[in-house]
Ligand binder design. Structure first.
Ligand SMILES: [Zn+2]
Length: 146
């Protein structure tokens, strides 16, 4: 798994320079936002991260996964979107990235979702409860299932 050029978070965006070195730069979500490569309502995202007890990066990862997903109607849709997005981004390192963000189970993905669903970050998503995410499924189970 490649890290951001500026911090130890997993890299999720690449910028290619046209300059002499023709190099690539790798950015995590937060540094991608700072660089203007992507846009998220950061004030809300920071509040969600604090409320849920997860990093801003974890919240941005799940936000992006849900935006890419084709409609979210159940807890399964939420975690499937997260696992699918992690696999698309990180391939065999998907589990490593999710562990880095403490998204270690169906329940932990649910905790971030529940904090997000009340905000303007997510639109037209299902209103779920803690109970919807109660089934005991570990990260290994989830990675196997998608
Ligand atoms: Zn970074």
């Amino acid at each position: 798994m490649r890290s951001c050029d500026r911090c130890d978070e997993p890299a999720v965006k690449v910028a290619i320079h046209q300059g002499a070195d023709n190099g690539k730069q790798y950015f995590c979500y937060v540094h991608a936002v700072e660089r203007g490569l992507t846009d998220f309502p950061m004030e809300t995202v920071r509040a969600v991260a604090e409320a849920a007890g997860y990093s801003v990066h974890a919240v941005l990862f799940l936000t992006e996964a849900l935006v890419r997903a084709d409609g979210v109607e159940s807890a399964s849709d939420v975690w499937v979107a997260a696992i699918r997005s992690a696999k698309e981004r990180f391939g065999e390192s998907a589990g490593e990235a999710l562990e880095h963000w403490q998204l270690l189970s169906r329940g932990s993905i649910g905790e971030v979702y529940l904090a997000l669903q009340k905000t303007e970050v997510l639109q037209e998503t299902a209103e779920l409860t803690q109970g919807d995410f109660a089934a005991e499924l570990t990260l290994a189970d989830l990675l196997d299932a998608v």
